[in-house]
Design a binder for this molecule. Structure first.
Ligand code: LMR
Length: 331
């Protein structure tokens, strides 16, 4: 549970009095940046409950949502230093330490979350990406989906690539996301998630891209006028821990945590789309947007053509093997 509890009274052990009166719980701080009514927010709480149950209360998971503890740009080093034990940063942000992870940012790379899961399960993609984390004291435990990103803007609809011209868009810290907007002749502005609402409100940026659950839960639709349902990019999370911490856990505790994690991951897979769909209904019901446009096939083709150069430009960084493996899944 969240809060100050980190010790529990030992069970009455019937006279074996020299046992310690109190047994320390293993504390797992889980830091993330989104609201609780999102796929990741709900998954973190579910993991907390299951983890505590399956470890017979030996573990106290403390979830810190809404960037309370760390923001996007410092959570990975916080894990490396074991100041927090778990986090689930967007894969885009993992690319700061491991550039290959930016593969998930490529425009229109994945037609469905099932394809992302397929990619993560393949040794050439997921195996390779998870493996490299070990070089920096990190261990990848799971991949949690959010879903696909949509575009919003403050003053005009986004139909064709020309509509992006000269507009500034917030991006997560990822070079591919910057390149995507540059390819559309727009100005990308990297910024932590916690700052997006006020930047939109104050007109520091004109637009943004995110999933419907993130847009709704942080009220971006109240400070934007136009949204295009484009599903142009994937947003998902690498559930990460400190490798030394994890390997140092008692075996039974680790097994309980793994069971909790497996069940939670399955839940996210089964519910991410539903949660984003409900967010869309609520955005519509709020009525704050002038227009919600669904990208037509012709418009999609134009967006794809305009952003396709990103694949070539990042071939050296990501590696052609990885790009080819992802393209092969898509076709
Ligand atoms: C963002 O910064 O837009 C996302 O990474 C937030 C999140 O974690 O879903």
């Amino acid at each position: 549970g969240c809060g100050a509890r980190s010790e529990q009274p030992a069970a009455d052990n019937g006279g074996e009095g020299d046992k310690a009166a109190k047994q320390e719980k293993i504390v797992i701080k889980f830091s993330h940046v989104v609201a609780e009514n999102t796929p990741k927010g709900q998954a973190a709480v579910m993991f907390e409950e299951k983890a505590e149950e399956y470890t017979d209360g030996k573990v106290d998971v403390q979830v810190f949502p809404n960037s309370q503890l760390y923001n996007d740009n410092d959570v990975l080093s916080a894990i490396q230093q074991n100041n927090v034990q778990m986090a689930a940063p967007a894969t885009s942000k993992v690319s700061k330490l491991f550039p290959e992870w930016t593969i998930f940012d490529f425009p229109f790379a994945f037609p469905s979350t099932e394809k992302v899961q397929e990619a993560m399960e393949s040794p050439e993609i997921g195996g390779k990406l998870f493996n490299m984390l070990k070089d920096k004291q990190l261990l990848g435990l799971a991949m949690w989906d959010n879903g696909f990103k949509q575009m919003s803007l403050d003053d005009q609809p986004l139909y064709m690539p020309k509509d992006f011209e000269g507009k500034s868009f917030r991006v997560m810290s990822s070079e591919v996301l910057e390149a995507q907007f540059k390819a559309l002749n727009a100005n990308p502005t990297p910024m932590p998630f916690s700052e997006v609402y006020s930047a939109l409100e104050q007109g520091v940026i004109d637009g943004q891209e995110n999933t419907l659950s993130n847009i709704y839960s942080k009220k971006f639709h109240e400070v934007q006028k136009y949204m295009t349902l484009s599903n142009h990019g994937y947003l998902g999370y690498a559930v990460i821990t400190n490798s030394e911490f994890w390997e140092g856990l008692p075996e039974d505790v680790r097994a309980g945590l793994e069971k909790a994690l497996d069940e939670t991951t399955q839940w996210v897979r089964d519910n991410g789309e539903r949660i984003n769909g409900e967010a869309l209904d609520k955005i519509k019901a709020d009525g704050t947007l002038e227009e919600i446009h669904e990208l037509t096939p012709d418009e999609k083709k134009a967006w794809m053509e305009a952003t396709d150069k990103v694949y070539d430009d990042f071939e050296d960084i990501v590696g052609s093997d990885l790009i080819e493996a992802v393209k092969a899944l898509r076709d």
